[in-house]
Every structure is written in structure tokens, then in C-alpha cells.
Design a protein around this ligand. Structure first.
Ligand SMILES: Cc1cc2nc3c(=O)[nH]c(=O)nc-3n(C[C@H](O)[C@H](O)[C@H](O)COP(=O)(O)OP(=O)(O)OC[C@H]3O[C@@H](n4cnc5c(N)ncnc54)[C@H](O)[C@@H]3O)c2cc1C
Length: 281
């Protein structure tokens, strides 16, 4: 695409051809895109993907999994009829800005922007989400934790669009939670957020658990050692299972919102609270 050009295709192949044609910036809801450009006069070529029907919608797949179109808005996530494993994702959706932002901002935009404080990443990690990347060469799928590499860094190639997010059937069992700490209750960038899903066994022990912490490392992190330690433990002991070692992988920065030490302490509190809440559900 030519410098400064704007196109809004209505067919996916046309969008992919535009991406192959030359460098251009993908625009979805624009709620990360525009605020990042308030002090500059942008002259980049823009590919607006909001008229592509293939990128909308949230639906169950024939294998029992779930697909979320990359351009599904946070409001669409809130309104969707989803299993309780997705309660954490829904709670995160309600925390993304205010209603106006939730009406415009998309799940795909949140992931592709790859902010360490992106509220969508931990709940989707706790649902074992995969991303679907499409180019003229075809479709490739990879785990979300292999997609978001760090602050504003993903493995998306310039000729690829994120077309969907998939949640496998096995990850839709159990219950989900999302807890966010900010400097105030609403309309706030996360200092720490924690998402978890937990499946209980018939004897009130933990059959499986998945936990992820955001805003405490360049990319949100799964707590896989803690997840392994939780399996088979009584539900009542879920929160008490957490040790400092389980959170040793966190590497938070100091910034205007909080220092790293505070973030680590807050993360430990939120992980325990999340587990206690899941165990009581
Ligand atoms: C006032 C305000 C409050 C906010 N509060 C929160 C909050 O509480 N929590 C939070 O997590 N975020 C928050 N945000 C950030 C933002 O709203 C979300 O990250 C939102 O989900 C971004 O989606 P979008 O569609 O607007 O992305 P866009 O701004 O359109 O795009 C974001 C980036 O992703 C790329 N991109 C978008 N879609 C695709 C795709 N399908 N394929 C390839 N690349 C793509 C774009 O090129 C761009 O680099 C806030 C923003 C504002 C302005």
C-alpha cells in the first residue's frame, strides 16, 4: 500500500493481499492505535479490518472448543453465552476501560498491541488459548504464550493478520476468575492482574488448575510449577499451597504506577485470593 493510503476491505483475501503488498498498519478498534499517535502526524498506510465479517463473532466449534474472532469487541465477550471457565475472561472484559472502550476495543487488538498490562492476556493464557494467524500462504496456529513475546513484541509476521483466538475443549471445564489491582477501582491500567481456572474432582480435591499473572513481567506469565503443585491437593488448601518459589519467575519493573517489590507482594496476594475464590466457587 502507498504511504498515507487508507483501505477498508470487506473480504479477507483483499485484506491479506494489501498486507502482502507492502508495509501497512492494521487498524481494528483504534483504542490503542490512536492514543499512541497523539503527538505525531501519522503518514503510514492503514489497513482497517473492521469490515471483515470473518473476524467477528464468538462461537462454539464442532469439537467443543470456542473461537473468538479477532475483531470481537470486549462488549461482545461480555454479552456472549460462555461456559463458566470463561468467567475470568468476562470479568477482564468488564475491566477494559469503560463501556465506550469496550464497545470499540477488540480482543485481537489487545493481544497484538502486546502491552504487559493488557488485561486480555492472563485470562486467555489461563484458558490455554491459541492464536490463529492468517496470510496469503495459509493459516498457522500457535499457543498464546508463544505469540506475545514481550513489551509490544509478538511473533506475527508483517503479512499476517490475527484472525481468531481459539480455546480448546479441555480448557472449557471448570470455573474461571480474574482479579485486577489498579490505583483506583475503575478505568485504570493494571498494576497487577491474575487470572485462573480450576477444575474440581469429585472428592473435593483439585483436578487441574491454570494460573497467569500480568503486568509483572514483559509478557504475562503462566505459573506452571504452582499449577503442578495444586493437582490432587484439597480445595481448602489451594491458597495455602502458594510459596514464594512459585512466583520466582515474575520480574516486575518499577514505574509510576508501582515499584517492583510492591507488584511482587500484590501478585502473591492476588494469586492466593484467586485460588481461594475458585476453591469456594
Ligand atoms: C481510555 C482507555 C482505557 C483503556 N483501558 C484498558 C484497560 O483497562 N485494559 C486493557 O487491557 N486495555 C485498555 N485500553 C487499551 C485498549 O482499549 C485495548 O487494548 C483494546 O483491546 C485494543 O483493541 P483495538 O481493537 O482498539 O486495537 P487497535 O488500537 O486497533 O490495535 C492495537 C494494535 O494491534 C494491531 N492489531 C489490531 N488488530 C489486529 C489483528 N487482527 N491482526 C494484526 N494486528 C492487529 C494494530 O496494528 C495495533 O498495533 C484502554 C484504552 C483507552 C483509550
Amino acid at each position: 500500500m502507498a504511504v498515507g493510503a487508507y483501505t477498508r476491505p470487506t473480504r479477507l483475501p483483499d485484506a491479506l493481499a494489501a498486507l502482502r503488498d507492502g508495509p501497512c498498519t492494521v487498524l481494528a478498534g483504534g483504542t490503542d492505535h490512536f492514543p499512541a499517535r497523539v503527538t505525531s502526524t501519522p503518514d503510514e498506510a492503514i489497513l482497517d479490518i473492521t469490515a471483515l465479517p470473518e473476524l467477528r463473532g464468538i462461537r462454539r466449534l464442532s469439537d467443543g472448543g470456542l473461537t473468538i474472532g479477532a475483531c470481537a469487541t470486549w462488549s461482545a465477550v461480555i454479552a456472549a453465552d460462555l461456559p463458566s471457565a470463561c468467567d475470568g475472561l468476562k470479568a477482564a472484559a468488564r475491566e477494559v476501560g469503560g463501556v465506550q472502550i469496550q464497545n470499540r476495543g477488540t480482543v485481537g487488538g489487545n493481544l497484538c498491541n502486546a502491552s504487559p498490562a493488557a488485561d486480555g492476556v492472563p485470562p486467555l493464557l489461563s484458558l490455554d488459548a491459541e492464536v490463529e494467524l492468517t496470510s496469503l500462504d495459509g493459516v498457522r496456529r500457535l499457543p498464546l504464550d508463544g505469540f506475545v513475546l514481550g513489551n509490544r513484541r509478538t511473533t506475527r509476521r508483517p503479512d499476517e493478520l490475527l484472525t481468531a483466538i481459539r480455546i480448546p475443549p479441555a480448557a472449557l471445564d471448570g470455573t474461571g476468575r480474574f482479579l485486577k489491582l489498579g490505583a483506583r477501582r475503575y478505568l485504570v491500567i493494571s498494576i497487577v492482574m491474575v487470572a485462573g481456572t480450576l477444575v474440581r474432582a469429585a472428592d473435593d480435591t483439585i483436578a487441574s488448575a491454570r494460573l497467569a499473572v500480568g503486568a509483572c513481567s514483559a509478557a504475562a506469565l503462566r505459573l506452571r510449577e504452582l499449577e503442578a503443585a495444586l493437582v490432587g491437593r484439597p480445595l481448602a488448601e489451594a491458597a495455602a499451597t502458594v510459596t514464594a518459589q512459585h512466583l520466582a519467575g515474575l520480574a516486575p519493573i518499577d514505574d509510576v504506577r508501582a515499584d517492583g517489590e510492591y507488584r511482587c507482594e500484590a501478585a502473591a496476594v492476588l494469586v492466593r485470593r484467586c485460588l481461594a475464590d475458585l476453591a469456594a466457587a
